[in-house]
Design a protein around this ligand. Structure first.
Ligand code: AMP
Length: 495
């Protein structure tokens, strides 16, 4: 086992360190099948962690990534992993795997499995996801043939190792995702045992949003001369963005947008819509009105999207109309205004959208067009950001009395903190995770569908975050066992 503690920081002036600006996936050294998959997934530009990590990982180095969900870290480690495995195909025989990805929760393991499916669709590599809470039968069957990648939560993985359904002696690539959550959930000892059972010659990666001492120690023990890459999620200081809302009928939105564009202060504008179709329509309508505009969304080819982005960046096009997904990873500075032609379904998306203005310390302006059907979405946004949007023009006559009261938080922290926290899984319009005031309001308006009793909800939540039960037999019998669906003992989280 390697015990090197040396880490190397990326120098500030390398292109890779420059926030991914202007870098393309092709330039990062990714092979054609992966580029095609990224194109199909509508990824236009690498995120900063992708721009920094991919070239390093393709060279086979170990990496310590300080990054959290939402930064694009899954693609940052999956793309080079898939490429390296595809370049060096090898059948490892039954019950073995070439790569192991450990994730603390079932939800994350499934997400990683889905991402591998998307990115590796052209590569014909075999992977499976191993997690607790479901029958092990299918997992055992998948393992029996031997695989290229196993994504697993530690508990079920330990069970299958103990039952000798899986061998780790062929693992040449290890990814440990969300190591600090592993620690929080009491999995760190299991992780250490798993890592100790791997061949010493391997490429290892560890991702963690924070670096408590125990995680730093684990990183030092399991990584060999790692490249340290740290990305802080973009801080969205919503307080510094001037935010206003126009209450307007759906049919009037188009004319209002055109009239807003008469103001020359709107120099470089991103207009957000919910659908690709609407993005196209709005761009066309603006063009007809004499405003230079282009749309960016998933139905456009990679080249068309890149062209639109370049034209916008260089100021040849004044308005870029985008959907939320297509706008991910777009890093354009000096956006003077964000216009929400349609409000997003998730209030968090509003914060991401308006964060496209006010970048790099500049102040920005966000204007929202809200029709009658979107008022509940507006209330969600105001609750999340704890700010009232300035109403331009008339307040809607029959608006909910809630709007005249001060906006209260819903117990989820402020918007800035929220953007830095891993998103909690929440059904689109469910009331789970909201504050009492919001729940009462939702119940009154019939928004929620009879929430499950508290005990039931807790049980469900625990079941979701447990990586599976453990039995305490076999080669790992010294470890602590945790019965299914009970909380493992929590250790105090280091600062
Ligand atoms: P992650 O931080 O890996 O959980 O990724 C967060 C989200 O960003 C996922 O929905 C990814 O599909 C998406 N994503 C990651 N990288 C990119 C990219 N370069 N362009 C667009 N979307 C991306």
């Amino acid at each position: 086992m390697n015990t090197s503690t040396q880490t190397n920081d990326i120098p500030e002036n390398t292109p890779a360190a420059s926030e991914g600006k202007g870098v393309t996936f092709t330039a990062l050294g990714l092979a054609e099948p992966l580029l095609r998959a990224l194109d199909a997934a509508q990824y236009v530009t690498p995120t900063p962690i992708q721009a920094q990590a991919i070239p390093v990982l393709l060279k086979g180095r170990d990496m310590l990534g300080i990054a959290q969900t939402g930064t694009g870290k899954t693609a940052a480690f999956s793309l080079p992993l898939l490429q390296r495995l595809a370049e060096n195909r090898e059948h490892v025989g039954p019950k073995a795997t070439r790569a192991l990805i450990l994730a603390p929760t079932r939800e994350l393991a499934v997400q990683i499995g889905d991402a591998l499916k998307v990115y590796g669709r052209q590569l014909k590599l075999r992977h499976t996801v191993i997690l607790g809470g479901v029958s092990q039968h299918g997992q055992v069957r998948a393992l029996s043939r031997g695989l290229d990648i196993v994504v697993a939560t530690p508990g079920r993985l330990m069970d299958l190792l103990e039952q000798r359904h899986l061998r780790l002696d062929k693992v040449s690539h290890l990814v440990l995702d969300e190591a600090d959550r592993m620690l929080d959930m009491g999995f760190i000892r299991d992780v250490r045992k798993i890592v100790a059972a791997l061949p010493a010659r391997r490429q290892s990666l560890l991702f963690s949003a924070t670096m408590p001492p125990e995680v730093a120690k684990l990183a030092a023990d399991m990584l060999h001369n790692p490249q340290r890459i740290e990305v802080t999620p973009q801080k969205v200081t919503v307080e510094r963005i001037a935010q206003s809302v126009h209450h307007v009928a759906t049919a009037q939105k188009r004319a209002l947008l055109v009239s807003l564009m008469q103001d020359p202060a709107l120099k470089r504008v991103i207009v957000f819509t919910r659908t690709k179709h609407r993005a196209n329509r709005v761009a066309e309508q603006l063009q007809k009105a004499g405003v230079t505009a282009d749309a960016i969304h998933g139905n456009k080819s990679q080249n068309a999207r890149q062209r639109a982005l370049d034209a916008f960046r260089k100021g040849r096009v004044r308005v870029l109309v985008a959907t939320d997904i297509a706008a991910r990873g777009i890093d354009v500075s000096d956006v003077t205004h964000v216009i929400n032609y349609e409000l997003p379904n998730e209030p968090e998306s509003y914060v991401h959208r308006i964060g496209r203005t006010a970048r790099a310390g500049a102040d920005g302006t966000a204007i929202s067009l809200c029709d009658g059907s979107e008022r509940a979405l507006l209330r969600d946004i105001e609750r999340l950001t704890r700010q009232r949007l300035t109403v331009i023009g008339d307040e809607p006559a029959n608006d909910n009395p809630e709007r005249s009261r001060p906006v209260r938080g819903r117990g989820r922290g402020n918007a800035e903190a929220k953007t830095q926290r891993p998103p909690r899984k929440r059904s689109r319009r469910s009331t789970q995770g909201r504050g009492k005031a919001a729940k009462t309001e939702a119940a009154k308006s019939g928004e929620s569908k009879s929430p499950a009793p508290k005990a039931k909800r807790l049980k469900k939540k625990r079941a979701k975050t447990q990586g599976g039960d453990t039995s305490g037999h076999g080669p790992f019998k010294g470890r602590r066992s945790a019965p299914k669906n009970t909380n493992r003992p929590r250790r105090p989280r280091a600062a």
